[in-house]
Design a protein around this ligand. Structure first.
Ligand code: NPQ
Ligand code: MG
Length: 366
């Protein structure tokens, strides 16, 4: 596929409500979109980096910079999605920037051939169960209200963000209020240390599906120690940057579940390799989320339809975060999202909405 040029577009998406985690609170999303213009198709990719490097080391200005200075110029003029990662390999890190570029190329390629992301990746289902991530709230009543609303909407699994000082209490209250049938899990975003093991053991009383990323990103060995002490399964998010990290974590016994985020691992092709590896080792996977617009969400839903994704993902409806999405909104249907089946991601930005939210655009030719 011959590439004519690539557009970098920054959009500002206000969040419906502030989203608080152990690393901070977000009020809006500052998102970098890529549009690859090829000879006879175009493709879109979404960069999931945050505006500040709080979730991981990437941030959106940094992603735009590395894309324009190094990654885009390194692409051969004639490229296929399969060869993108190899062409970008001389440049270390920057997985979210690389993932956005590979996704846009893959979208353009699949649109040209008429195949969907779902079909290309090997999806085996036509809808996926939808979970929701609930931010840290100011009070337990506010948290119960929020969870009540999501349960009423049909979300099949609730994930509570936790942090030291806001963990056992809120989790106990939610379990008590909603009963034993609620699928419930927690995400600490690396806020604890191994010295908190005894405290984290208290979460074992609440029959959680898993505890996500309790310890620091590079604490693989410490996660293995913690996993041996908890009955709650340990799931890794930030620690898993690649299939190689996943293999190391599995081999160490650092986790029994993996949260797969295509941005974090450098793209949908690496995401699929992690899926395959985990499936071969009996490690459950689920699809994480980074508050994507409809562009990133569509591709995530396609990935989540692969057979090894045996737990509900953070693949929520568009309305979880946004009153107006840039694509036709993803909507819950009996707690599920339909897997798009059109060419590429199967969704396109709505031109008027996109124009309204655009802060800047930049056109880059090889
Ligand atoms: C996680 N996501 O699983 C992340 C973390 C996260 C859905 O819980 C702005 C942009 C705010 C990305 C907050 C969910 C964010 C963000 C949290 C990602 O760890
Ligand atoms: Mg997480």
């Amino acid at each position: 596929m011959k590439i004519k040029g690539i557009e970098l577009r920054r959009i500002a998406m206000p969040l419906k409500a502030p989203f608080r985690t152990s690393f901070g609170v977000e009020y809006a999303r500052d998102i970098l979109l890529l549009r690859v213009e090829a000879a006879d198709s175009e493709g879109w990719g979404e960069c999931v980096a945050m505006s500040e490097p709080r979730y991981n080391s990437e941030y959106v200005d940094g992603a735009a910079d590395v894309l324009r200075r190094f990654l885009i110029p390194a692409l051969p003029l004639d490229v296929t999605a399969n060869t993108v990662a190899g062409a970008l390999q001389p440049f270390k890190g920057h997985h979210m920037a690389k993932a956005a570029l590979e996704s846009a190329v893959l979208d353009a390629e699949l649109r040209a051939s008429g195949e969907s992301f779902a079909s290309y990746l090997g999806a085996t289902r036509d809808r996926v169960p939808s979970g929701v991530s609930v931010g840290i709230m100011d009070s337990v009543p506010a948290l119960l209200d929020a969870v009540e609303g999501f349960v009423a909407e049909g979300y099949v699994r609730i994930k509570l963000k936790i942090a030291p000082g806001s963990d056992v209490g809120p989790v106990a209250a939610v379990r008590e209020h909603f009963g034993d049938d609620l699928l419930l899990q927690v995400d600490a975003n690396a806020a604890y240390t191994l010295a908190d093991s005894r405290h984290l053991e208290r979460l074992d009383a609440f029959d959680l599906l898993l505890i996500e990323q309790p310890l620091a990103d590079d604490d693989l060995v410490q996660h293995a120690h913690l996993a041996r002490r908890l009955t709650t399964p340990v799931c890794l998010d930030e620690s898993i940057d690649s299939a190689a990290h996943a293999a190391a974590a599995i081999s160490l016994g650092a986790c029994s579940v993996v949260n797969i985020k295509p941005g974090r691992v450098g793209g949908y092709l690496e995401a699929r390799r992690i899926h395959d590896l985990c499936q071969a080792h009996g490690i459950a996977v689920w699809c994480g989320g980074m508050l994507e617009t409809g562009i990133g969400r569509a591709a995530n839903v396609a990935l989540a339809a692969l057979p090894g994704f045996t737990l509900p993902g953070d693949t929520s409806a568009s309305s979880r975060y946004y009153s107006k999405d840039i694509t036709a909104p993803f909507e819950l249907n009996d707690g599920h999202l339909d897997v798009p089946r059109g060419p590429g991601t199967g969704v396109e930005p709505l031109p008027e909405v996109l124009a309204e939210l655009t802060a800047s655009t930049e056109w880059i030719t090889g």
